[in-house]
Design a protein around this ligand. Structure first.
Ligand SMILES: Cc1ncc(COP(=O)(O)O)c(C=O)c1O
Length: 407
């Protein structure tokens, strides 16, 4: 299945640009337009860039989570359009999860439209009192992190009581009730006829780092010890790195499902036995031969110190490839690891062809993911070169990049 997202509107723009002075002219312009349209339809081959989603890898990574959290049910976190992969593209592979956790009603509607009848959790709850109506209709479970959300529930008219996940701010200081106010929130919710079951959740700030989860876990356990209800505390990093300590009824992995190591560079995806779920690939559009002293790209950021073949690849920051990547960023050409040189442009990058002397016009360039020869370039390495994390690169793949699902 190939989802070719962008170009439709461009055609409409063309037709608006046709100006006719009389009917005859208008008819002939119309015929020209139809002919142009036909030609366009036949010959509009997209740029060679493609993001490919790998369902088998998604399934593998879900199994990996299951093995790490044997007694827990698994929320597959598919917010941010399944971390840029497309909810529809990952759904079949992840339907072995126990539920889908996501951000908003639009994403929840998409999951229901795919036929999912099981649990769906709004991780930040509702953003407006009116959203509760759709929660009732779609049977959504939702986080409750503030007094306003409880007020809205108290005023909500529903025949179907809601399942809620009461969120504690155990130290991250983003969303949730502080430990001192948690019990009062629970008591209020518990008294509402609109509420069916109350589960308890919190979120860790340092599960991927040296500080760890012990301090927040102690706060959470202390404040909830005698409260009934299921618990959900672990994201990807906690699930893999602190499996014992963060054991609970539900885990909430996101990034590991998408094959990125939650604690890179301390550990890489191979260490956690994760497989890449997205490959971003393109082709060489041109090859240049440089001499010592020749420079490459905007700002002449790279200077050749001797004869050098470079390839020009059809990807740029307008595709979501980060402009912060600089000379040295890893890239695969025909499955051979090499480096980017010079600045990332809007639609192109330039790569050193020294390790791949046979590379030529049309050679395959893998920006991250798996090359046709099986070599993997972890997204985390590219993210590191850009001073960011794999999460951001996945989410930032631009709409103009066509997406295919393999298998
Ligand atoms: C509340 C909550 N739970 C779980 C996750 C999944 O986190 P990760 O992708 O690090 O596993 C997120 C993501 O930020 C989140 O906000």
């Amino acid at each position: 299945m190939v989802e070719d997202r962008p170009p439709r509107k461009r055609l409409r723009g063309y037709s608006m640009g046709v100006r006719c002075q009389n009917r005859a002219k208008s008819r002939s312009a119309g015929r020209v337009f139809v002919r142009v349209f036909r030609i366009f339809k036949v010959f509009a081959v997209p740029r060679p860039i493609l993001a490919t989603i790998h369902p088998a890898a998604l399934q593998h990574n879900l199994d990996r989570v299951r093995r790490a959290a044997l007694d827990s049910r698994v929320w597959a976190v598919v917010k941010a359009n399944a971390y840029g992969h497309g909810i529809e593209n990952v759904f079949e592979a992840l339907r072995g999860a126990d539920g889908f956790a996501l951000l908003d009603l639009a994403e929840a509607e998409r999951v229901r439209a795919l036929g999912w009848r099981g649990p769906v959790l709004l991780l930040e709850g509702v953003f407006d009192a009116r959203d509760l109506e759709l929660c009732s209709r779609l049977g959504l479970w939702h986080a409750v992190h503030c007094d306003e959300q409880i007020d809205w529930l108290a005023a909500h008219k529903t025949q179907v009581p809601h399942r809620v996940f009461l969120k504690m701010n155990s130290g991250m200081n983003r969303l949730g009730f502080t430990p001192g106010r948690f019990r009062a929130a629970w008591t209020r919710l518990n008294a509402l006829p609109q509420v069916d079951e109350i589960s308890l959740m919190t979120h860790f700030s340092d599960a991927d780092g040296d500080r760890g989860i012990a301090h927040q876990l102690a706060v959470f356990e202390d404040a909830t010890r005698d409260l009934p209800g299921e618990r959900s505390i672990a994201n990807s990093a906690a699930t893999l790195r602190h499996a014992e300590a963060s054991r609970a009824d539900w885990v909430r992995p996101g990034i590991v499902l998408y094959g990125s190591a939650p604690d890179f560079p301390a550990h890489d995806a191979a260490h956690w036995q994760l497989q890449p779920t997205m490959t971003l690939a393109t082709k060489l559009l041109a090859v240049q031969t440089l001499q010592a002293g020749d420079t490459v790209g905007y700002g002449s950021r790279f200077t050749a110190d001797g004869p050098l073949r470079i390839g020009v690849a059809a990807v740029g920051y307008a595709d979501g490839y980060p402009r912060h990547c600089d000379t040295g960023t890893p890239v695969l050409v025909d499955g051979v690891r090499t480096r980017m040189v010079g600045r990332v442009s809007m639609d192109m990058i330039t790569v050193d062809l020294t390790p791949v002397p046979e590379a030529a016009f049309g050679s395959e360039v893998t920006l991250w993911g798996r090359a046709p020869n099986g070599t993997v370039l972890p997204i985390d390495e590219v993210a590191q070169a850009a001073g960011t994390v794999g999460y951001e690169l996945m989410c930032a793949v631009a709409r103009r990049v066509p997406v295919a699902v393999d298998g």
